[in-house]
Design a protein around this ligand. Structure first.
Ligand code: HEM
Length: 125
């Protein structure tokens, strides 16, 4: 279980690094943004991140409806995916790409905060 948790945390960190890099490449119009690996690797990592999350929840037998921090993570993950799609696929203007990318990054930071504190309010309330 500990190995699975470490794997999940590693995929999460890789997802953060990849998201930051892709945003920088997009905003600087770098050809790296269009590279084949840049398009494929995030999908593989995100599948592993989600797969390890599901494996953790199943092996702990935790029901997200009974653990508000898990529900907060799932909700924030959906928002993160949506903002990522806007930033990297749908937004045309630089300003919209920047704003949606920054908003996605804030959401990702919130997910890390929830993962570490196990609290949807990050123990701030
Ligand atoms: C972008 C998405 C996600 C990120 C960045 C993320 C990040 C993390 C991190 C960093 C940890 C380790 C926390 C620690 O060391 O205590 C963790 C643990 C965990 N995550 Fe995620 N996670 C994500 C998505 C999810 C999802 C969608 C679920 C389930 C629905 C989930 C379920 C869990 C569980 C069950 C643990 C183990 C908690 C424990 O053993 O104490 N994660 N997550």
């Amino acid at each position: 279980m500990l190995v699975l948790k470490h794997l999940h945390a590693t995929f999460a960190l890789l997802s953060l690094i990849g998201f930051v890099l892709r945003g920088i490449w997009l905003l600087r119009s770098s050809p790296l943004f269009q590279a084949k690996l840049t398009k494929i690797l995030p999908h593989i990592n995100d599948t592993l991140l989600l797969g390890s999350a599901i494996a953790l929840v199943v092996s702990y037998q935790w029901n997200p409806l009974h653990h508000p921090w898990l529900l907060a993570k799932i909700t924030a993950l959906l928002i993160y995916i949506g903002l990522g799609l806007i930033a990297f696929r749908f937004a045309q203007a630089r300003s919209s790409q920047l704003i949606s990318w920054l908003a996605a990054l804030c959401t990702l930071c919130y997910i890390f905060g929830v993962a570490i504190t196990k609290s949807p309010t990050l123990h701030l309330m």
